[in-house]
Design a protein around this ligand. Sequence first.
Ligand code: ATP
Ligand code: MG
Length: 367
Amino acid sequence: MMTSYKIALLPGDGIGPECMDATRIVLDAMVKAIDGLDLTFTSHHAGAQLYRETGETLPAAVLEDCLAADAVLLSAIGLPDVRSPDGTEVQPTMMVGLRRALKVHSAIRPVKLYPNAPCVLKDTGPGIDFIVIRENLEGLFASFGGGSRVADEVVTDTMVITRKGTSQVSDFAFRLAQRRNGRPSDGKKMVTCVDKANVFRSMAFFRDVFMDVAEKYPDIDSNAVYVDAMSLYMVQNPWDFDVLVMENQFGDILSDLGAGLVGGLGLGPSAEIGEEHGLFQPSHGTAPQLAGKNVANPLATILSASMMLDWLGDKHDNKICLDAAVTLENAVAKLLEQGEVRTPDIGGSSSTTDVANSVAKLVLESL
Ligand code: ATP
Ligand code: MG
């Protein structure tokens, strides 16, 4: 089977372009070496630097290409000193716009501890391997660009929870759990709703809708945990969790906590998925102080590319892509396990390019 997929690349700002170049080194090597893996790339300027030059973050033609592509791979967007006329950073506006245009309703952040990756926990039990799924289009972030301010004294934002949005993200969580191996402690497949149902009506509704969806998946365990308790459990017994699903802002916060548990932002990939489109990006930002020095960790972007291959493979029932995703993730795991080539953020002294070349080499050796 030979199927070609069109990938739109948005390298962005700060360390974004370096991480993207590194990822291209690996993907180009894979396309060359793996029979039937055919990806074509178009790279576009978008983000804060572009805004500085042209007054636009995401030109219409770029958005059009993202909508026409089979997947979008984005590195990092935003620069603290580039601001729109109202004084806010341009990054959230661009990202919220892109998410809304692509209708990517579910954001996935894997929290997975690879062998020999730095971990702040002394006891890692039977291992850490869970997924944070964040509702990506509503919740408190629906208030973005809105909110109200009364006489410079009182400000309110609005939390929006809909049955449709909550069903979609819950359903997505259960379908993902079906494809996984369950929680590390006993292999049980389990989806946990994380909320604050005891305090907020919106959250009680989120839980109710989640429970309705859970009934459709009798083969998968489900439970619900308050978000404050979940912050504790993530640190105390993270191995008891498989898939977590939650409102947008809770997911924003807990996914960074998750990244912190398993090696930091330089190792955290993410995927944002809708019915049609997929957007993949590292969970870190543009780290401007590291830009241009060839020291940024490219593994989060490389792992995001692995998630992209997995999603393409699952969506199009393409075994070559599914296998390529596993090959790529295994190469990253092996690099971390060997521990010789790593960037300074995770305790090494290698360059971004060294890491990319080493991952590419490990991929080729494993084929
Ligand atoms: P943003 O607002 O864009 O999210 P931020 O201020 O939250 O930006 P990040 O860029 O997300 O900052 O990263 C925070 C810090 O973590 C960086 O300043 C940098 O020290 C470190 N960091 C993040 N990503 C990487 C990476 N890929 N490699 C090395 N260090 C990183
Ligand atoms: Mg950040």
